[in-house]
Design a protein around this ligand. Structure first.
Ligand code: E4P
Length: 214
């Protein structure tokens, strides 16, 4: 499973990169807003920092606007893929962008039929937002299971990015289902490494080492 970080913060990206396990980055307007600098300036900085794919979202919600913006975003750097909302004009835009060789990440997906439509339109990635599904009392991971089954049934090449991750269990379940990618916020990235028994065990080993005769 590939691991992306869900942030526009360069310091967080560098920390994840230093671990040697970072495969890409996803951003959205909310994440870029936290940086407090111009949208495209931040996206350009992020894209330069990362070797793998970086998702940059369009702001338009009409077909012409999305296609125009996507072409501009894709020019920032060749590792940029364009995040397109899962709405009717968005799926039309995905089809056009695919024919131009521009990769897309179809975002704000909340059920498996939407994901089927995105794959048929030629999306490079689909992003089911599992945390937001859990938030309304439904099972986000069931949506991921269904998408994985539907894509396998028909051999779609669209990769599943499990998004809106809130905790380490989400990542475990995504891996068990066989999702292609999990995009993880920085705080959860830190949590998936730590275990209290690791810390307790390490402290005991170091303590016992000191007691070994020199
Ligand atoms: C994914 O691409 C989105 O940026 C992100 O995962 C949304 O997560 P949220 O629901 O925590 O805002």
């Amino acid at each position: 499973m590939k691991l992306f970080i869900d942030t526009a913060d360069i310091a967080e990206i560098r920390r994840a990169k230093d671990l040697g396990i970072l495969d890409g980055v996803t951003t959205n307007p909310t994440l870029v807003r936290k940086i407090g600098r111009p949208y495209r300036e931040v996206l350009s900085e992020v894209a330069k920092e990362v070797d793998g794919p970086v998702s940059a979202e369009v702001i338009s919600i009409d077909y012409e606007g999305m296609v125009r913006e996507a072409r501009e975003l894709a020019k920032i750097r060749d590792n940029i893929n364009v995040k397109i909302p899962l709405i009717e004009d968005g799926l039309r835009a995905v089809r056009t962008l695919k024919s131009e060789g521009i990769s897309t990440n179809v975002t704000l997906c909340f059920n498996s039929i939407q994901a089927l439509m995105a794959a048929k339109s030629g999306a490079t990635y689909i992003s089911p937002f599992i945390g937001r599904i859990d938030d309304i009392g439904a099972e986000g991971m069931e949506v991921v299971e269904e998408i994985a089954a539907i894509y396998a049934n028909y051999g779609f090449e669209t990769e599943i990015i499990v998004a809106s991750i809130r905790n380490p269990l989400h990542i475990k379940h995504a891996a068990l289902i066989g999702a292609d990618i999990a995009t993880i916020p920085f705080d959860v990235f830190q949590k998936i490494i730590k275990h209290p028994l690791t810390d307790i065990g390490l402290a005991k080993f170091l303590e016992d080492y000191k007691k070994i005769p020199k």
